[in-house]
Design a protein around this ligand. Structure first.
Ligand SMILES: [Zn+2]
Length: 282
């Protein structure tokens, strides 16, 4: 399972277009509210913590995360944007069951979006949630705003049975991973993959192939994992982006992912770079 995928809630799109049904769901005594301390989840035994909806929250802005067995699962909208990932959260993500991590990721991204979009980008007036928390409407000009997702390409270039891995200065010691970068307006996925590998490692690629994707809630990326064929193996590093880049043979990648010592430490299992390396190594 790719990290942050496999959520178990039905997103309940029909409810988003039915304010009366939304109101009834949140009034239901069985309704569940995600327990958060800021953006840190409460967790026990690999599962997220949920509570009933306190009557004090009767008028609070809630997002309908989805339904399970007909029961609404909500999260409370706040005015505080998320800060960076805490060390505790990263450690905890390892312990969260896959479907639970997906629910947390969706909640974190949409709550953070609300906190950052309290005012209209069109006219500057205040906005308010609508569509069961999956949009905001401007009180001034009526413009409707929807949660954004920012696409990022993440990729391995291959040459002669070896994968190109890079190391950013901020990585933990020894860690190497797939190269990555944001798509820009006017680019296809294939073009973004080729541009990023060219910019960061000075290598021309062809035959870009899609492998898999992953929502990444820091704050709201969609990671699009690809492979590509490198024309040659001469690396010219962009030192602003990468500290180092290396070619690693398939057998070595396979051994490192299996836990052996090797020339690099792999990305964490909940990151799609790990799944991409695993798929490439076979
Ligand atoms: Zn407006």
């Amino acid at each position: 399972m790719i990290g942050f995928t496999g959520g178990l809630l039905d997103r309940g799109d029909a409810i988003r277009h039915d304010p009366a049904a939304f109101a009834a769901l949140r009034r239901d005594p069985a309704a569940r509210l995600l327990v958060l301390d800021g953006y840190e989840p409460a967790m026990a035994a690999g599962e997220l913590g949920w509570a009933g909806i306190d009557p004090a929250l009767a008028d609070a802005d809630l997002v309908l995360l989805g339904l399970r067995d007909g029961i609404g699962h909500f999260a409370a909208i706040t005015e505080q944007p998320a800060r960076g990932r805490s060390f505790e959260l990263i450690a905890a993500l390892h312990a969260l069951a896959a479907g639970e991590a997906a629910t947390y990721a969706a909640a974190r991204s949409v709550l953070d979006w609300h906190a950052r979009h309290r005012f209209c980008a069109n006219c500057g007036q205040a906005t308010a949630p609508f569509r069961a928390g999956w949009g905001r409407r401007c009180d001034g000009c009526g413009t409707e705003h929807f949660p954004r997702v920012d696409p990022v390409v993440i990729m391995i270039a291959e040459h002669d049975g070896r994968a190109l891995l890079g190391r950013q200065p901020a990585f933990p010691p020894g860690r190497y991973s797939a190269l990555a970068g944001f798509l820009e307006p006017g680019e296809s996925i294939e073009e973004a993959v080729a541009r990023e590998i060219g910019e960061e490692a000075g290598i021309a690629v062809t035959d870009v192939r899609y492998v898999a994707s992953q929502p990444w809630p820091f704050p709201s990326s969609l990671m699009i994992a690809c492979t590509a064929q490198a024309a040659d193996d001469r690396i010219t590093l962009d030192r602003n982006e990468l500290e180092d880049a290396i070619w690693v043979p398939r057998d070595t990648v396979r051994a490192v992912l299996a836990g052996a010592e090797g020339p690099f430490l792999p990305p964490p299992p909940y990151a799609i770079a790990y799944s991409l390396l695993k798929a490439w190594a076979g």
